[in-house]
Write a protein that binds this ligand. Structure first.
Ligand code: ATP
Ligand code: MG
Length: 413
């Protein structure tokens, strides 16, 4: 089944918002055995949208649109689809009733312009949308399927999960593609390549090696008539990779560094606190992206000013001797926050986010320390000139790796 995605909206075309709908849908198609051939973006323009849909209708079996189902003048998706399939849209009595009830439930009289959200054409079935006013459109004609889903991601993803995917699952006869990603740290891309050598030459499953911000990812991808068969093709290769890469593996599939560290802290019964300078709290924010982090995360001190570092326990003599941007100050910050916030593990980050130099240290200079309370704190120092945001993000990733290393090295608490 040949599919294409059409993202509708001038904001998307102009890059004002990211096309996360297309990314979401694209990521769901391989497992359904649907081949994606094209993705396009088009503004809220009736003529250009109709032109694009006409081309899609001529070349694809399945067209997946999002956006432009609102009630306003520039929501033209229904009009353009009707043009392409050559049908007249009409108000559907059942949909009108649902729409009026939706408004009544909120104590508002429905504006008449919303009535077009109750339109259907003879080849169109409505797709329920309890999160919004507009139903989706499931248009089926001449062996082709065209779906129109709302633009707001919360409405679209629910519609996809609950309504669309279950129906498409039975339709596609193609082979499904399933993959598993093994995430590693501490070995370079080239070394991983060498270590897994022979496995790289198989073609089902196939193996790809990718360098990412959070280490080297090895992805195993299998194609088979059904999910279970694809999984059994992956299983022996995954077992072999786990044997070869063993302790370098920190996570699988959607697992993140912050969630894997959360797991280690819980397992060991340890708590964590951070003192951040150049990352401005981004490490704490990332750690608390994990639900349940309150079980191990004590808090963070964003000690941007030197006096604040000292106020919360950093020895002024250390700053005086080595400078604020130094491994010694990072170490002192880690120890200070451990004590101040009564945590088992303390982390300190100091550095120059840029673009100007500080204490004669170039932008991108970062020192991170992790104090687990036993022996010398682990320290990581580097200079990597990038934009401010990238410097901050990289410091957070490296801090998470350092915490992981310290936790694995330390005896359980
Ligand atoms: P509404 O009834 O809210 O107008 P709609 O179906 O007409 O819904 P749009 O007007 O196209 O949808 O988009 C509404 C909002 O949904 C956009 O402002 C944007 O925030 C979000 N959105 C739309 N399309 C996408 C997309 N492809 N990726 C991510 N977000 C999107
Ligand atoms: Mg709209």
């Amino acid at each position: 089944m040949k599919a294409e995605i059409v993202s509708i909206g001038t904001e998307i075309l102009l890059g004002e918002i990211l096309d996360t709908n297309a990314r979401f849908i694209a990521s769901r198609l391989p497992a359904l055995g649907i081949d994606l051939y094209w993705t396009s973006q088009v503004g809220d323009n009736h003529g250009r949208l109709a032109e694009l849909l006409r081309r899609a209708w001529g070349r694809s079996d399945l067209i997946l649109c999002t956006g432009g189902l609102g009630p306003t003048e520039d929501d033209v998706t229904r009009e353009a689809i009707s043009d392409v399939v050559g049908e007249e849209p009409r108000v559907d009595a059942v949909q009108e009733e649902i729409l009026r009830r939706f408004f009544a439930g909120r104590g508002i009289v429905m504006p008449e312009r919303n009535l077009k959200q109750a339109w259907l054409t003879p080849s169109t079935r409505p797709i329920p949308n309890p999160r919004g006013t507009a139903p989706g459109w499931w248009v089926e004609k001449d062996g082709r399927i065209l779906l129109a889903m709302p633009g707001p991601p919360a409405e679209m993803t629910r519609m996809w999960e609950e309504e669309v995917e279950p129906r498409l699952r039975g339709r596609s006869t193609g082979a499904v593609i399933v993959s598993r990603t093994i995430k590693t740290v501490g070995i370079g891309e080239g070394s991983v390549d060498e270590m897994i050598g022979d496995l790289l030459h198989t073609d089902n499953p196939s193996i790809g090696v990718y360098a990412r911000a959070d280490g080297i990812h090895v992805r195993v991808t299998a194609k088979a008539p059904a999910t279970r068969q694809a999984e059994s093709l992956i299983a022996p290769v995954e077992a072999e990779l786990r044997r070869i890469l063993s302790s370098a593996i920190w996570g699988i599939d959607d697992e993140t560094l912050e969630s894997s560290i959360g797991g280690l802290l819980l397992e060991r019964g340890l708590s964590l606190a951070t003192m951040e300078s150049c990352t401005g709290g981004l490490l704490a924010s990332t750690i608390t992206d994990v639900s349940g982090s309150s079980l191990y995360f004590r808090g963070s001190i964003v000690s941007y000013a030197t006096e604040v570092k000292e106020q919360f326990g950093v020895n002024p003599a250390i700053v005086e001797t080595y400078g604020v941007i130094s491994a010694e100050t990072a170490r002192a910050m880690a120890g200070a926050v451990r004590r101040t916030l009564h945590a088992d593990v303390g982390v300190g980050i100091t550095g120059v986010a840029g673009p100007t130099t500080q204490e004669d240290k170039p932008p991108g200079t970062v020192h991170i320390a992790c104090d687990a309370g036993r022996g010398e704190p682990a320290v990581m120092s580097y200079t990597m000139a990038q934009g401010r945001e990238a410097v901050k993000r990289r410091a957070v990733t490296n801090a998470l790796f350092l915490i992981r290393r310290a936790l694995l090295a330390a005896p359980t608490g």
